[in-house]
Design a protein around this ligand. Structure first.
Ligand SMILES: [Zn+2]
Length: 83
């Protein structure tokens, strides 16, 4: 995955989704990052969750959220990118 800082991703997301509540979105993202650090896994397959996708959509891993195996072109928050 492509590492991105939380701040940069929040800016990017809110630019693309002007109706998003920025403070709330950031809180949710922080929570997902923390949960990934704590070892939360996908309900469906047991892989580590994808923090960004879990914030935007619902808690699951990259493959289950996107239906793709290749995550090389997608962002993940830098501090949990290598988990
Ligand atoms: Zn999964």
């Amino acid at each position: 995955m492509v590492p991105i800082s939380m701040e940069t991703f929040v800016n990017k997301h809110c630019k693309n989704n002007p109706e998003e509540n920025r403070a709330q979105f950031k809180e949710n993202l922080k929570q997902a990052v923390q949960d990934k650090k704590n070892g939360v896994t996908c309900d469906n397959c047991g892989e580590r969750i994808w923090a960004i996708g879990s914030t935007v959509s619902h808690y699951a891993c990259f493959s289950c959220l996107t239906g793709e195996a290749d995550s090389s072109g997608d962002y993940e928050i830098d501090e949990v990118c290598l988990l």
